[in-house]
Each structure stands twice: as C-alpha cells, then as structure tokens.
Write a protein that binds this ligand. Structure first.
Ligand SMILES: C[S@@+](CC[C@H](N)C(=O)[O-])C[C@H]1O[C@@H](n2cnc3c(N)ncnc32)[C@H](O)[C@@H]1O
Length: 259
C-alpha cells in the first residue's frame, strides 16, 4: 500500500461516523477546504433534530460536501452560501452528486446575507464560524434568519482553555496559524456568548474528545495527497499538541419562540 492509500484508509471510521463512511474519501479530499467536514457535521447532527423537508442554510459551505450530506442524509432543501467559492463551482459539485434539485449555491458574505427574515428551519456552519462569528452582535444578526424554534448548529476549531487564560497563543499553534487561534474558543465561552443574548436556548456545547485525532487523520491524508507545506504545518501542530489543547467545539441552539 502506498503512503497515500494508507492515509486514505484513515479517513474511514465507520464505527464512529457510520453515515460519513459511505462517502468516498477521495471525493471528500478533492473538495478539501478544512478538516473532516462530514465527521463534524455527522457528530453535530446528533444534537440538531433535523427532519426531512427542512429548509437549511449551510453557511460557509465551501466546496459543498456538507450540503450534499444534508440533502442526502436528511432529505433537506439546502441553501449553500459561501464567500470564497463561486456558486458555479459549488453547483457543479451538487449536479455531479445528484442533488442539484435540492441544493442551491449562493455567493454570500456572512454579515450581509441575502435572505428573508425567519426563512430557515435550521442553520449549520461547519468550520467557518471562526472566521466571522465571534463578534458580540453576530449571533443576534444570524438568528434573525431562523424561524422561531429553528435550530442553529456550529462546529468550529476550539481549545480546551481560552488563549486569554493561557496569556498567549501556544508556540506550536502560533507557528501554524498565528493570531487566528484567538477565535478558537472553548465550548463554555460559546455557551455564555449565545445564552446571554436570551435569543436562543443552548441545547449542547461540547468539545469533541477525539477531535484532535480526527483532525490529524484528515491533515495526514491531505498531506499524502498534496504534499503541501500548509498540510505539513497543520500535521506538525496537531502532532505536537496530542489533543492537550486542540479539538473542535460542537454547538447547538434553538431559537426562542414557539416551535
Ligand atoms: C475552512 S473553509 C470550510 C468550508 C466548508 N464548510 C468545509 O468544511 O469544507 C471556511 C469557509 O468559510 C467561508 N467564509 C469565510 N469568511 C466568510 C464570510 N465572511 N462570509 C461567508 N463565508 C465566509 C469561506 O468562503 C470558506 O469556504
């Protein structure tokens, strides 16, 4: 087995992520914009109660693997909104995956979303909220697009302690992402940040126990596939961390009001 083939086998974890295991790892890596999006989404969905026919906003959908998953696994009608990826590019992914009738790609900036108020049953955001969602006024803005009783689910890189409490970004993390890690908050930070608004009830705010291991599997597979220095530096960061600080936060909330 070549190193690349071996790395791909790391991307199948049927016991932990049975639904994601049905997706071709090569296909997933070809859409790579960030770590293991389907594993994050599958785990997050355990807290979201998604139902067939729901209208879901996939915010920061990137190349769209998560939107395909939402359409196929939950029979959802999905709006895939992203800033960096052209809608035509994402639309090709949706057509090839056979979900073009249920997923619409839209170019959107997270602070000026082109949607009607209360027009979604759920909003999910996988590995993108850290780019735009940490400001005090962002949750209040975003939940305006959810119907009362609608669900919000976020999966985002996290640390087990706040950088503020550590006093600095730890060197092995700084070497890879620099100041960006100040947005990698603990689950409790997010819980407070959301609950204090009284606009949502937080139904789950947890750190993935095995998040660092999952992330390392993904980064190693990406490195074997591309040989890129970016992947190399992510692998070095995660291998040095060994899960002491780095993982993902999975956050779920329900918008206040009648369901
Ligand atoms: C790390 S990628 C993750 C993409 C995808 N969710 C995934 O997991 O593969 C982060 C995504 O966030 C999107 N993004 C970053 N800033 C944004 C903003 N201000 N408004 C909308 N999308 C944004 C980018 O376009 C990018 O696709």
């Amino acid at each position: 087995m070549t190193a690349a083939e071996e790395a791909l086998t790391l991307l199948r974890q049927p016991d932990r992520y049975p639904r994601s295991a049905a997706y071709d790892p090569e296909w997933l890596l070809s859409l790579d914009m960030g770590p293991n999006p389907l594993w994050l989404l599958e785990d997050l969905c355990r807290d979201l109660d998604l139902r067939p026919g729901m209208r879901i906003l996939d915010l920061g959908s990137g190349m769209g693997a998560t939107s395909v998953f939402l359409a196929r696994e939950f029979g959802a009608e999905v709006v895939a909104a992203d800033l960096w990826v052209a809608p035509e590019t994402a639309a090709r992914v949706f057509a090839e995956a056979g979900v073009a009738d249920r997923v619409r790609a839209v170019r959107a900036e997270a602070h000026t979303l082109p949607f009607d108020a209360e027009s979604f049953d759920a909003i999910v955001c996988i590995d993108a909220f850290e780019y735009f969602g940490t400001a005090d006024n962002y949750l209040p803005y975003l939940v305006g697009f959810l119907r009362p009783g609608g669900r919000l689910g976020v999966a985002t890189p996290a640390m087990r302690r706040e950088v503020r409490d550590l006093g600095a970004v730890p060197p092995h993390i700084k070497a890879c992402v620099g100041w960006e890690a100040i947005a990698w908050h603990t689950a409790e930070w997010w819980r407070f940040q959301w609950e204090i608004t009284e606009l949502v009830t937080v139904t789950a705010a947890r750190l993935q126990e095995h998040g660092c291991d999952d992330w390392l599997r993904w980064a190693r597979a990406g490195l074997a596939r591309t040989g890129s220095t970016t992947n190399e530096s992510v692998v070095a960061m995660l291998a040095a961390d060994r899960g002491e600080l780095l993982t993902f936060a999975l956050l779920a909330a329900v918008k206040a009001g009648p369901r």
